[in-house]
Design a protein around this ligand. Structure first.
Ligand code: ME8
Length: 506
């Protein structure tokens, strides 16, 4: 069986989950569902990043022990994964023993391979980003230094272990060159290449000035830099350091889906460390864009954080999925506004999809006693039904390239054509003069709904299952294999009465 391993970042537990976290989870879930329906064995992980200065500070602020704090906040992310009904096969927490074991083993291998040395770190650090900065990357205001995102940095000086990142410049550039698909989209790839070409410095990978992290063995006071700790989570889930042959097969076809904010860590530091540990690299790093809220940066201090739970309660899960997946091309930034949300849901989901199914099935059931009224013949190349069966072939290349919105655009263009077909064939009129014609046209629509119901499963799973339920399709006949004329609904097949799928918003 073909295998694929998809990951979201593991999220910091300093804060409550928001729409940005939900976005990455939903992208991965959509891809996971698509590949599963396509016959792949899928591993899909998400999780929480629980160590480091930022989390320790958040716990201190609440006057709670860090472990008690992370246990509590991590649950919010687990809860989000359940509310979003994502199909993750694992949830990694960096405070778990299995993860500490993996991170320590990884460190050990880097040490054995002579990739780590002890020295002193002096430099700027941003706690929010958990990242080191060079002075030239910062802005100076009133004798203080800030990142381009406006985050004040602090000066730190401490003994630290370093990873010999600078040794890997050429190897990284060679790898990007030989594997043009490794970093997507291509604009991000270009950014990474110029970053590496501008020169890499060795990376400070341990801290001694605070204690909330994974201990570096054989030292009294070093803990691992939180990013080293965090990146290893992708191997933890594959049972590193005891990865089986099967785990390696998943790893060979693995994709890290991340936001563009953390590209450097995934596309520069992580591959260099994997090379240094003599491990194969993941297949792909895909950096998606950034959501703003009504044109503004989403931030707690502005008070405009969008809670996915509220959105789901107000509009529904499929609606939220659809908006986030359809509204922007994966990789580009998106702006969230209630107006564009409602417009998108009304035009695509309520009108184009829901209303069409409702009208056609209601009319059919009333006039043809809840039965498929006609035995369809194999469609010709020019028939609409031919295009319907062909839709999977048409969107497969888009989905292989993670172009989810493009795939949805194609499916909804087809739905447009089905609407036009219904309007033009007017079964309510033909029924009065030629029942056979009305029966044929309605059957074309109903069979199309079966295919559309299957094909939309990765994107709007709940509505898809409902559509397939209206059509009485057995659970085991709901994957992509069944998008074929040979599995068509036969004349006389029972059809249930439809319920409304998507209410319209004013
Ligand atoms: O960076 N738009 O965790 P984090 C789109 N722990 N995506 C957004 C977003 C927005 N406005 N806000 C957040 C970390 N995200 C590290 C990762 S991985 C080994 C360690 C999503 O809690 C997006 O996926 O800051 C982004 O990369 C991630 O949340 C950052 O989450």
């Amino acid at each position: 069986m073909k295998k694929i391993y998809l990951t979201t970042p593991i999220f910091y537990v300093n804060d409550s989950p928001h729409i940005g976290h939900a976005y990455t989870m939903l992208i991965c879930d959509t891809l996971a569902k698509f590949f599963q329906l396509d016959g792949y064995e899928v591993l899909f992980t998400t999780g929480t990043d629980e160590h480091g200065m930022k989390v320790e500070k958040a716990a201190n602020k609440k006057q709670i022990e860090p472990k008690v704090f992370v246990d509590k906040v991590s649950k919010n992310f687990v809860k989000l994964s359940k509310t979003l009904k994502i199909s993750n096969t694992d949830f990694v927490r960096t405070t778990e023993e299995r993860h500490k074991k993996a991170a320590k083993a990884f460190w050990e291998v880097l040490t054995e391979n002579n990739q780590i040395y002890l020295s002193d770190y002096k430099g700027w650090y941003s706690v929010r980003d958990e990242s080191f900065f060079l002075e030239k990357e910062l802005e100076k205001r009133n004798n203080e230094f800030y990142t381009v995102d406006g985050e004040k940095v602090q000066w730190i000086e401490e003994e630290s272990f370093f990873f010999k990142l600078s040794n890997w410049e050429d190897e990284l550039l060679k790898y990007y060159d030989n594997n043009p698909e490794f970093i997507s989209p291509s604009t991000r790839r270009n950014e990474v290449i110029s970053f590496v070409k501008s020169g890499l410095k060795d990376l400070s990978i341990s801290r001694t000035s605070f204690g909330w992290g994974i201990k570096v063995e054989k030292t009294s006071n070093h803990i691992m830099y939180v990013w080293i700790d965090a990146l290893v989570n992708y191997l933890t889930s594959l049972n590193y350091p005891e990865m089986s042959e099967k785990s390696f097969l998943f790893w060979e076809n693995s994709s890290h889906i991340i936001g563009k904010d953390i590209l450097k860590f995934h596309a520069v530091y992580w591959p260099a460390m994997l090379m240094a540990a003599k491990l194969p690299l993941p297949k792909k790093i895909f950096a998606h864009g950034w959501w703003t809220n009504e044109g503004q940066k989403i931030s707690k201090s502005i008070g405009n954080v969008i809670d996915p739970n509220d959105m789901i309660e107000k509009y529904g899960l499929d609606q939220l999925r659809f908006f986030l997946l359809r509204e922007v091309t994966l990789g580009q930034d998106g702006d969230f506004s209630e107006q564009s949300f409602k417009t998108r849901i009304n035009s695509d989901l309520s009108n184009n999809l829901g209303n069409l199914i409702q009208r056609a099935l209601k009319f059919n059931n009333k006039n043809f006693s809840n039965k498929m009224p006609f035995e369809l013949e194999k469609p010709n190349k020019d028939d609409l039904l031919f295009e319907v069966y062909n839709m999977y072939e048409k969107i497969k290349p888009d989905m292989d390239n993670y172009q989810i919105s493009k795939a949805l655009e194609k499916i909804f263009t087809l739905l447009n054509k089905l609407n036009k077909f219904m309007d033009k064939s007017e079964p309510w009129n033909s029924f009065k003069t030629n029942q056979e014609v009305a029966a044929r046209d309605l059957s074309i629509l109903i069979e199309s709904f079966r295919v559309i119901g299957i094909i939309l499963k990765p994107y709007i799973p709940d509505a898809s299952e409902k559509i397939l339920g209206f059509l009485n399709i057995k659970d085991e006949s709901r994957d992509f294999k069944f998008i074929d004329f040979k599995y068509k609904l036969k004349k006389g097949h029972c059809i249930n009465d439809p319920e409304p799928l998507f209410p319209r918003y004013e």
